[in-house]
Design a binder for this molecule. Structure first.
Ligand SMILES: [Zn+2]
Length: 218
């Protein structure tokens, strides 16, 4: 049954999802990535989606499900690790209904709880190569300051990593996610993981939470 990974932008969710895939055999499903892939086709649906994504719009529940469900069906909802879905309570409710019809449910919702100050610090230190796009930061510093390890390109800060913009993004995240967190807490599905500390230590906490959920089931 599916796991859901929640956490603010910049908490390292992508890194943890990749480690959970490598070490625990979970199947990360990034909603953002699925939508970007689905927008690459030549169909009217893909073209419309591409425009909406470029405008930064939140996608409707119907669009999200149309992209997501075939993907989940393929793996029979098994060992899936959802990232970026559900985002809002109405999505969570609809998803619950869909799972219920299949006699399934969410295995566990893992919330990576990282203080805003730490996020601003981490994203503020993030640099991207202007040539090849590789990312560097506190956990992966470049060998030479301001220079890409792979191609020697100049490292720059993404405009949405500026502290002021990060704080605004975190505000939106908090507003959207609070009701979602309350929703899953009420259902007894939420596990809060301390997201502060070195990535390996945070990862170990997440892994433990997932193992505990799996043991409970067996
Ligand atoms: Zn580079």
């Amino acid at each position: 049954m599916p796991f859901v990974l929640l956490g603010p932008p910049g908490c390292g969710k992508g890194t943890y999802a990749r480690l959970l895939e490598e070490r625990m055999g979970l199947l990360p499903v990034s909603m953002g990535q699925l939508l970007r892939n689905a927008s690459k086709g030549k169909t009217p649906f893909a073209r419309k989606l591409k425009k909406a994504l470029a405008r930064g719009e939140l996608q409707s529940l119907l669009v999200v499900l149309r992209v997501l469900l075939p993907h989940l069906e393929k793996v029979r909802y098994n060992r899936v690790l959802l990232d970026g879905f559900p985002r809002l309570t109405d999505q969570a409710l609809a998803f619950e209904g869909i799972l219920h019809k299949k006699r399934l449910g969410i295995e566990r919702v893992i919330l990576i709880d990282t203080p805003s100050r730490e996020i601003v610090r981490r994203l503020g230190a993030r640099r991207v190569c202007s040539l090849c796009g590789q990312t560097f930061g506190i956990d992966v510093p470049p060998k030479r300051k301001g220079v890409c390890d792979s191609c020697g390109g100049r490292l720059v800060r993404r405009s949405d990593d500026a502290p002021k913009v990060v704080r605004a993004r975190l505000k939106v995240y908090a507003r959207d996610t609070k009701p979602l967190i309350a929703f899953y807490r009420k259902r007894g599905l939420l596990t809060r993981v301390n997201g502060f500390g070195p990535p390996e230590r945070v990862y170990a906490r997440i892994e433990k939470a997932i193992q505990r959920a799996q043991r409970k089931k067996n």
